[in-house]
Write a protein that binds this ligand. Structure first.
Ligand SMILES: O=C(O)CCC(=O)C1=CC=C[C@@H](O)[C@@H]1C(=O)O
Ligand SMILES: [Mg+2]
Length: 295
């Protein structure tokens, strides 16, 4: 195997992260061709959690992804905390018809509401708007804010929020929010390893699980979680370079039921990439293709 360290800056600071770094691993697929994996755990990962990321990199570098059941997957655009006009532009970038809007950050709820409405308007009636609070609200604030944000999505011409991702920090809080709002609740940070998903499901904490191939330990581990529960999933990235994104894409291509657009459009947030032609959505869809590694 060959190992190549990399470091790529982000073009937009995203949740305190300004660059991504890690190691690309070149291995050999069963058919003898080169296969690449990416190991890029976040700095605050414990060795135990980072070892799952390593397992995902090894699965990729040994060409062990399962067969695809589709050619391409729908991808959502990502709208960070930006003024409404710029947010609306980003929402429809690359032909995406679903947008994920970051909320509950450093600006007021009023600003979040304005942004969600502008995004819903830009996407039009057939568009979908989801919000991600990254666990920032307490339960009461979540319930109150979701009412306003859902109304803003409707005022923009859409059918209301598609779902809210991680409104509060704990799974128990997610369960309570879920009981107190009609907006669907997706668990993201609450599902970092397969055991977490058991806890979320036991507590009735989510309508949807967000699955990220690398932190979970690979594509096959994620498919095991999918098989274990009768719950829709959203495949999302962990802000990897395009080599890592390909693992998320392999998962989304292989899962039987894919009702939601995937959060795999994050190479747009990188100022550079590990491949000559980054994986980006085209007409709102992403497909797997050979990547030329340039690090
Ligand atoms: O879900 C998406 O559309 C893109 C991925 C994404 O938003 C994230 C990836 C990695 C780290 C997170 O802060 C963030 C998220 O909170 O979901
Ligand atoms: Mg999230």
């Amino acid at each position: 195997m060959e190992f190549r360290p990399f470091r790529v800056p982000l073009s937009t600071r995203f949740r305190g992260v300004t660059e991504r770094s890690g190691v690309l691993v070149r291995g050999t697929a069963p058919d003898g061709s080169d296969a690449w994996g990416e190991y890029s755990p976040f700095a605050d990962y414990t060795p135990d959690r980072a070892s799952r990321w390593w397992a995902a990199a090894m699965e990729a570098a040994n060409g062990l992804w399962p067969a695809a059941v589709r050619d391409s997957v729908p991808v959502n655009s990502i709208v960070p905390e930006l003024p409404a006009g710029r947010a609306a532009q980003l929402a429809v970038a690359n032909g995406c018809t679903t947008a994920k809007v970051k909320v509950a950050g450093t600006v007021s709820l009023k600003d979040d509401v304005r942004r969600v409405e502008a995004v819903a308007r830009a996407l039009g009636p057939a568009g979908r708007v989801r919000v991600d609070a990254n666990g920032a609200w307490d339960v009461d604030t979540a319930v109150r804010s979701l009412k306003e944000l859902d109304a803003a999505a409707r005022a923009g011409g859409g059918g209301g929020l598609e779902y809210v991702e991680q409104p509060c920090r704990t799974a128990a809080e997610l369960a309570e929010v879920r009981r107190r709002t009609h907006v669907l609740v997706a668990a993201d940070e609450s599902v970092r390893i397969p055991g977490d998903a058991d806890e979320v499901m036991r507590l009735g904490a989510a309508d949807i699980l967000v699955l990220k191939a690398a932190p979970m330990g690979g594509v096959r581990v994620c498919l095991d979680v999918v098989d274990r529960y009768d719950v829709p999933i959203v495949v999302s990235s962990a802000m990897e370079s395009s080599v890592g994104l390909a693992a998320g894409l392999a998962l989304a291509l292989a899962v039987d039921h894919l009702p939601y657009a995937c959060g795999l459009g994050t190479s747009a947030l990188l100022a550079a990439d590990t491949v000559s032609e980054p994986l980006v959505p085209v007409d709102g869809e992403m497909r797997l293709r050979p990547l030329e590694v340039i690090v």
